[in-house]
Design a protein around this ligand. Structure first.
Ligand code: C2E
Ligand code: CA
Ligand code: CA
Ligand code: CA
Length: 272
């Protein structure tokens, strides 16, 4: 038994050391990654489930690392949030998207609205509003083509500054979406108090549709959002059964592997 405990701890120790090394590595390399444009933006289309039509997309960052290949955000975003670099990554991604939209317009392609992820650290960025307004001016992109996704948990922090920024940006024409709705602390009050244009229903809700209680919960969430007049989109739709259930409840928009995976900008453009 003693041996077992010992090996467990040494295993744990190794894990901890590895994760600390990984953190250091990410922090050391992110600046180069930004400078050398190793970060790429992919877009996952959003669809209207009734018609199959693409109605927009969400920009998701990918790190094309010279040695380690494509790295997915869940690995490094938490590290970048801790060190603050996530703010630079957000701005990098936003800039790429504004540039992309500008190119589409120049080529005569009708652009679709794109959602951008906003890290919770933007609650503390004095120039949050200014950065987005500058980008919209510089690339001549009407703000109504941009939706800003703020996670439920960031909104739950009840930051006056963040709510002020949201108000100012909405006045300019930007929209706001509550990301990962239902994944964290209860957000019912925010639905009633904060001017949200859209709610993204977390894919957690779609997991147990075989269970009648789960179905009741999601059905009523959809009814409630509809009655509040808040637009909604379901994320992580992977099966026809999920699609059919959502349609029956009255949720018509979705994003998920059933339709499209995130793809490079050139591929997204081909779909337009
Ligand atoms: P998120 O904002 O909830 O983004 C949706 C994630 O779900 C994406 O993972 C997407 O690839 C994945 N997904 C989409 N459809 C399905 C599906 O049908 N099934 C499953 N299992 N997954 C699906 P991704 O790209 O790995 O991003 C993970 C998270 O990283 C994002 O979650 C977001 O919180 C964060 N993130 C990504 N890009 C950025 C960024 O540019 N800035 C910030 N601040 N965060 C980002
Ligand atoms: Ca998102
Ligand atoms: Ca989400
Ligand atoms: Ca999520």
């Amino acid at each position: 038994i003693k041996g077992k405990v010992f090996s467990f701890y040494s295993f744990y120790d190794n894990d901890l050391r590895n994760s600390l090394m990984l953190e250091k590595k990410i922090e050391n390399e992110i600046t180069t990654a930004l400078k050398e444009k190793q970060l790429e933006v992919h877009i996952q289309p959003k669809v209207n489930m009734k018609t199959g039509q693409i109605i927009g997309g969400e920009a998701l960052v990918r790190w094309n690392h010279p040695h380690d290949g494509y790295l997915y955000p869940n690995l490094y975003i938490p590290v970048l949030e801790k060190s603050g670099y996530i703010v630079d990554v957000d701005i990098y991604v936003w800039t790429e998207v504004f540039q992309f939209l500008q190119k589409l317009i120049e080529r005569g392609v009708t652009p679709l609205p794109i959602s951008l992820n906003v890290s919770r650290l933007h609650e503390y960025q004095k120039d949050f509003v200014e950065v987005l307004c500058c980008l919209s001016r510089e690339y001549k992109i009407p703000p109504n083509l941009i939706t800003l996704e703020i996670t439920e948990s960031a909104l739950a922090e009840d930051s006056t500054f963040l709510f002020q920024c949201m108000g100012k940006l909405q006045e300019k024409g930007f929209s706001f979406s509550m990301d990962d709705f239902g994944s964290g602390y209860s957000s019912m009050n925010m639905l009633k108090d904060e001017p949200l244009d859209e709610v993204k229903i977390d894919r957690l809700f779609l997991r147990n549709l075989g269970n009648s209680k789960s179905r009741t919960v999601i059905r009523h969430i959809i009814f409630m959002l509809a009655e509040l007049g808040i637009d909604m989109i379901a994320e992580g739709v992977e099966t026809k059964e999920q699609e059919q259930f959502l349609l029956e409840c009255g949720c018509y928009k979705a994003q998920g592997y059933l339709y499209y995976k995130p793809m490079p900008l050139v591929d997204f453009e081909k779909l337009l």
